[in-house]
Design a protein. Structure first.
Lengths: 266, 266
């Protein structure tokens, strides 16, 4: 188990010189072909990198940026909105815009379960159970899990949270015959794979994961507490048991403003 | 080298029964709480999976969908637009909407260079050179490449294409002193890492990659020929030589509608 799987990047704590530092001395190039909002974004990112700021430090208001850089409200708004989407800044309703916490880092080189990894990295993990029911599989799920026409699947939908912040909306499909009678109680205090192994004798030995960037949909935005159209990662996993039979198909939508992934290549 | 690194998923060739098949018999549930555009998307995806269609098969027009499913123009438009963003469908100006080619698949478990992989997988690879120049590094690039205050870097910006389709907008930063005098000619017919090794004696031995989902920006959309706001993957790589010194920082924007990534976990 890679203990770096889900971890906070250690923030560099420096004095809060950000908005008193040289950033406020700098100017945008109003005659450049590069759009002003893009210049402002780069300037802010460069300044965050250079001067060092703490997560939670407050940003100047849009008005202050307009005055400082002699730009329109729309230009300031677009730069800020982009940086919020990218997870560099965070908006808190009625309070303002702040430097966001560093993204959670997830390695793709090791096998994992969310709950175990959270436990190991000292973050408070919480799962919110959304739904657990028996359903008729879609054609895709049927093909992936190699099911027959009348086979049913368990659909388990959970919201995985780190320190009370929703991070992943996860839907697992498991052939019903493998986990007959599974209930929400079973999964309340153990990882799904632990329950599959200890209660139902199914050992997950291998998995294939496919992932691609997507946009947050209306449905997901309600659970993940980010706006529709924000960037996210779709992670689809097929888990196999020791005899290479597919035992789970898992469809996860991971917040892009809060997570990034890494891998080492040798 | 993993030969599956960039490959087309083999399309399943079936007769073009799509729009004559059962899809056109099905109906949307107008009384459901699930939005109609979402129902339509799922129905279309299910049908593509079930009936099998070939890349290049033409979609019914928005008008036909409106009539068939008794929905508004906006509902049909949103479903189609979402599927275009997801890379399931492809719009060709003045011609209509078509089933898209399967996404290029990229493994994250092996080391690679775009040109080598394309060559091995039988796709026609082409690089369009956008810019090669000596620049003052940003604070971020300076930190990553462990540069001193007055060090310069080579900035190499390329558009990587597969079968004439732009796929990746890639910007490499290399400390200038390591590749003094490098020219566009050097890279025209060889991979960058080959040139670094053969001409400059720098052997890339290891890399760390970080990736996160982002939205296509205006600047990138012009090169990658996708709309601003479409999903993409930002891939940042730090390459190290045999003595673990960072020798390259590479910033790649990968089209999300055309690529997906996979990894195997054991």
């Amino acid at each position: 188990m890679d203990s770096h799987f889900y971890k906070y990047i250690e923030p560099i704590i420096k004095p809060r010189v950000y908005w008193k530092g040289e950033i406020m001395e700098r100017k945008l190039d109003h005659s450049s072909v590069i759009p002003l909002y893009h210049q402002l974004k780069e300037l802010l990112k460069e300044s965050i990198e250079k001067d060092g700021v703490k997560p939670g430090d407050k940003m100047p208001s849009e008005n202050e940026l307009c005055t400082q850089f002699n730009i329109s409200r729309n230009t300031a708004k677009k730069a800020i909105e982009d940086l919020v989407q990218e997870g560099v800044l965070k908006r808190i309703k009625g309070k303002g815009t702040f430097i966001a916490k560093p993204k959670l880092e997830q390695s793709l080189t090791g096998f994992y379960s969310f709950s175990k990894v959270m436990q190991e990295s000292g973050l408070e993990s919480k799962d919110i159970m959304i739904d657990l029911k028996v359903v008729k599989p879609t054609t895709k799920v049927m093909r992936i899990l190699q099911l027959h026409r009348n086979d049913k699947v368990i659909e388990l939908k959970r919201l995985r949270c780190a320190n009370n912040e929703p991070i992943i909306l996860e839907t697992s499909y498991i052939p019903e015959r493998l986990v007959q009678g599974i209930s929400t109680k079973d999964i309340q205090n153990s990882s799904l794979y632990d329950v599959m192994e200890k209660t139902f004798g199914i050992m997950v030995a291998k998995a294939k994961e496919v992932f691609e960037p997507i946009l947050i949909q209306e449905y997901e935005s309600k659970y993940l507490e980010v706006k529709e159209g924000y960037p996210a990662l779709l992670l689809e996993r097929i888990a196999f048991d020791t005899s290479e039979t597919p035992v789970e198909f898992c469809h996860s939508v991971v917040r892009g403003d809060r997570c990034r992934f890494y891998t080492e290549l040798i």
